[in-house]
Design a protein around this ligand. Structure first.
Ligand SMILES: Cc1cc2nc3c(=O)[nH]c(=O)nc-3n(C[C@H](O)[C@H](O)[C@H](O)COP(=O)(O)OP(=O)(O)OC[C@H]3O[C@@H](n4cnc5c(N)ncnc54)[C@H](O)[C@@H]3O)c2cc1C
Length: 460
């Protein structure tokens, strides 16, 4: 018998019941700590309670209570990839799980679920070590890793999932488990790529690499001739060795602090570049792209690894964002023309970022310890972002849709979980191949028989 069959569960009853069970603070509707605005301000969260978990036991207690009460549990770290949370759900916030311990001799980092990537980079850098991370260093480490994570060096180092050594997780049945290649290997497989499908992670141990400096940054070109520049970028990128990676982004940046005035208020094309090669070799590799046109701004230089976030210069401030995404098998002239027609000069597109990340290289390699990351054969990741601000909100949504429809002939019809923050089953389905999807669903049914974690971006 569940609690809900004996005692009615209401918005008023859940917070007091949880307060008696956990060490962390519990917030109900109307409490000062209840509001949970994340990075994406377009996502609304109206849970029946918010719990600032203090430790793994708190997570287990919340999950068990929710199972008994017929409620769901969702997890929040920074809100970079969140989806709507409703009143049938308890929201776990992980900010207090702030462990960040570097073991320089073992070259590992033990990282709590509330820690952001930049914290790890700053802690590891004095030891000459680096965590394999993504473009934005303000995202949560664990949220990033549950989506398997790709970054500016993905062609060189592969997905970040490959560097996870072990995980502590609470599964949907409330059990606390360790997972690694040796212990609970199926769970370990599914946690790296399956987002929160199989559990709420409280801590990870990741391998660090002995990287102090890289050569990287971005060349910013005027976007007027985006079609020709994107062709030049595609041809140049196709010759890059796997020691180097690149992405190209059509940008329409507003005038705001942090945006160089020369880039603000106009369409530009950013060619991002990162390599673990020495600066001379890096400069040689980049030379053809530097010569393709005169950049408005050349911001590629030797870079401390801890400053890797400067390559994409993702916006640090929260915004109401709407995204589009798909993987591409090819970047033909037709693909470029379709992208430019939908979002390039004269298109009227309100999108602030339309980004193509080159994949291949180490991304395509089958890792020694397999993860639930799929679609390794894709050639490019297309990702677009607009700001849902009146009066352009509707145009943002329609332009994202039109862009994804326009590239359909070259699309794989699939996508990566970290670029697919959505509870829409069709969007989630596109992140996995048939076997991976079926296996994740089977594991979830086994580990979460009451469907406590069946909310948001999860496979069921
Ligand atoms: C500006 C920007 C740049 C980005 N760049 C990259 C990039 O280069 N590469 C890349 O791979 N991704 C990138 N992302 C996507 C990002 O990695 C994902 O959105 C990730 O989910 C963010 O995690 P979070 O914890 O910060 O966000 P949240 O919104 O707090 O969490 C998002 C989701 O992560 C999962 N999650 C979070 N914490 C836990 C936990 N403790 N246990 C289990 N699951 C958990 C859950 O599914 C949760 O719903 C970017 C996103 C943004 C907004």
């Amino acid at each position: 018998m569940t609690i809900s069959e004996t005692t009615p569960v209401t918005l008023e009853s859940v917070p007091p019941a949880l307060r008696a069970m956990v060490r962390g603070a519990v917030h109900g509707l109307g409490d000062a700590g209840y509001a949970t605005p994340g990075f994406n301000l377009a996502v609304t969260r109206t849970p029946c309670a918010v719990v600032d978990v203090a430790d793994t036991d708190d997570v287990a207690a919340v999950i068990r209570y929710a199972g008994d009460a017929g409620l769901k549990v969702a997890v929040f770290a920074t809100g970079h990839g969140g989806v709507e949370v409703g009143p049938d759900t308890i929201l776990i916030r992980t900010a207090a799980l702030d462990t960040c311990e570097i073991d320089p001799a073992g070259r590992t980092a033990r990282i709590g679920a509330g820690v952001r990537v930049q914290t790890v980079l700053d802690a590891a850098a004095p030891h000459g070590l680096a965590m394999v991370c993504g473009s934005s260093t303000t995202v949560g480490v664990v949220g990033f890793l549950t989506g398997a994570g790709i970054g500016p060096l993905v062609r060189t180092l592969g997905s970040s999932a490959a560097y996870v050594r072990s995980v502590r997780v609470v599964t949907g049945d409330g059990a606390v488990k360790e997972a690694s290649a040796q212990v609970n290997p199926e769970l370990f497989w599914g946690l790296r790529g399956g987002k929160a499908t199989l559990g709420i992670i409280t801590e990870v141990v990741v391998d660090l690499l002995p990287i102090s400096d890289i050569y990287g940054g971005a060349l910013y070109f005027d976007g007027t001739d985006a079609a020709a520049l994107l062709r030049a970028w595609r041809d140049w990128a196709s010759d890059l060795p796997r020691e180097a990676g690149t992405s190209a982004a059509l940008l329409q940046l507003p005038e705001m602090p942090g945006v160089p005035p020369i880039l603000a208020g106009k369409l530009t094309l950013a060619v991002r570049f990162a390599t673990t090669a020495d600066p001379d070799t890096g400069a040689q590799l980049l030379a053809p792209m530097r010569a393709a046109a005169t950049p408005l701004l050349d911001a590629v230089a030797p870079l401390p690894y801890a400053a890797i976030g400067a390559i994409h210069a993702d916006p640090p401030v929260p915004m109401p964002a709407h995204e589009g995404t798909t993987l591409l098998r090819d970047l033909a002239d037709g693909t470029i023309d379709a992208i430019v027609a939908a979002t390039g000069p004269g298109s009227g597109s309100p999108l602030i970022v339309v980004e193509l990340r080159q994949l291949g290289g180490a991304f395509a390699d089958e890792p020694a310890v397999r993860s639930a990351l799929c679609h390794r054969d894709a050639a490019f990741n297309l990702h677009s972002v607009g700001v849902l601000a009146p009066p352009i909100a509707e145009l943002v949504v329609s332009t994202n849709s039109a862009l994804i429809a326009a590239v359909e002939p070259w699309s794989t019809g699939t996508s990566l979980p970290n670029f697919s923050a959505s509870a829409d089953p069709a969007v989630i389905r596109a992140c996995y191949d048939d076997d991976t999807y079926a296996w994740l669903a089977a594991l979830a049914a086994q580990l979460d028989p009451r469907g406590v974690l069946d909310t948001g971006q999860v496979v069921r």
